[in-house]
Ligand binder design. Structure first.
Ligand code: IMP
Ligand code: MG
Length: 369
């Protein structure tokens, strides 16, 4: 991922893919033009890198020149009136191939055609490395297209965002969601995840998603997903990961303008952790860190027994039950920490002491992300 000014871009088309596409275009054009010596006309600024690589790959003699689009001086750029400058060569009866880095709306191409109307060229061929078919609004034929891409903004390999990124040897695509801080809050029962999440979501303007709460909400409101989940629960079966992920997806989508999310109670297995990675990836984002609250077992038992006096939760009332929950956590859930360790995203935080002290420790860690 890269950042240019205020925007984040993700890797999209590799150098090798670009190289293969340019090679293919050069071979194809050389085939079609036979022994005529063509004039390749690059449209600046964006096409400089493409033209340079293209002519190196062109297997026969050729001429190269450039033209540039410039806004009329004194006219507001919002009116978008442009003209081409730099066409000084006589192109009468020549095979002319326009080399464009990208064709988007086709406005530039229209301008090119207008200019060449007056030149008595033998043939005018249009070749573009990148092409956005969904954005193209004109009827001019595109004779050679390197790579078709979706209608999203790209940078690199000559293309810029506010002047930056032209120098990058590969192409990056604008991320649909900008930078988010997504935390997996982890720890055994009684570690203080829920308590701390309440503070953190305020402090960092994050959306707290507790899968338990999401389940209860969906079941109570009888949503399609809730009913589906209930059908498993009623049969005494575990809710399949995909159902949980679909619920999470809906929550994430509902809050797509959020600064990020705190996941609490999820993932509990490596399969779920993988699914969460995929979900984040589909949102052009990722998990920033797993933050684990580390608390000694005896402290946990004391806290849960204390909570049991007021929470009304049966599973908080009995010491044997509590110790079994901790055992289940260490046996089955703790392995998820390794999943994030291997990604270098695991951060352990001392979860003992006063609530304020723990919040402060968490903030110190989150501020470094
Ligand atoms: P047109 O809409 O086909 O006329 O394209 C106009 C110009 O917009 C192109 O020559 C590029 O300079 C620029 N452009 C269009 N799409 C992109 C993009 O995804 N990234 C960077 N520049 C772009
Ligand atoms: Mg251009």
């Amino acid at each position: 991922m890269i950042k240019l000014k205020d925007l984040y871009f993700k890797a999209f088309i590799s150098e090798a893919e670009i190289d293969a596409a340019v090679q293919k275009m050069a071979d194809q054009i050389a085939d079609d033009l036979g022994d005529d010596i063509p004039v390749f006309v690059g449209i600046l600024n964006g096409s400089f890198m493409f033209v340079s690589d293209f002519v190196k790959k062109y297997p026969k003699p050729c001429e190269v020149t450039f033209i540039k689009l410039a806004s009329y001086e004194g006219i507001k750029s919002s009116e978008d009136i442009q003209r081409l400058i730099g066409l000084t060569q006589d192109l009468t009866d020549r095979q002319v191939v326009i080399l464009e880095d990208i064709i988007d709306s086709g406005n530039t191409l229209e301008e090119v055609h207008r200019i060449f109307e007056n030149e008595k060229v033998a043939d005018l061929h249009i070749a573009t490395l990148f092409y956005k078919p969904e954005a193209y609004k004109k009827d001019y034929k595109l004779h050679y297209v390197g790579i078709e891409i979706p209608n999203k903004f790209i940078v690199g390999y000559g293309l810029d965002y506010e002047g930056l990124g032209r120098d990058l040897p590969s192409v990056y695509q604008l991320k649909t969601t900008q930078h988010m801080t997504n935390l997996v809050l982890f720890g055994p029962p009684g570690a203080g995840k829920g308590t701390q999440a309440e503070f953190l979501k305020e402090q960092y303007n994050l959306v707290h998603i507790s899968t338990g709460d999401v389940f209860r909400f969906n079941i109570k409101n009888e949503t399609a997903l809730g009913m589906l989940a209930k059908s498993f629960i009623d049969k005494g079966e575990l809710v399949p990961d995909q159902v949980t992920i679909d619920m999470l997806n809906a929550e994430v989508e509902k809050n797509s303008d959020a600064n990020g999310f705190i996941f609490d109670g999820f993932p509990r297995t490596n399969a779920q952790a993988k699914a969460l990675d995929q979900l984040m990836d589909s949102k052009d984002s990722q998990i920033s860190a797993m933050i684990a609250l580390e608390v000694d077992d005896e402290v946990l038992v004391k806290r849960l027994l204390e909570r049991g006096k007021t929470s009304g939760r049966a599973d908080d009332a009995d010491e044997a039950v509590i110790r079994n929950r901790l055992k289940v956590y260490y046996d089955e859930t703790a392995v998820v920490a390794d999943f994030y360790r291997t990604q270098d995203k695991f951060i352990g935080v001392n979860g003992e002491g006063s609530i304020e002290d723990i919040t402060e420790r968490l903030c110190k860690v989150i501020d470094t992300l």
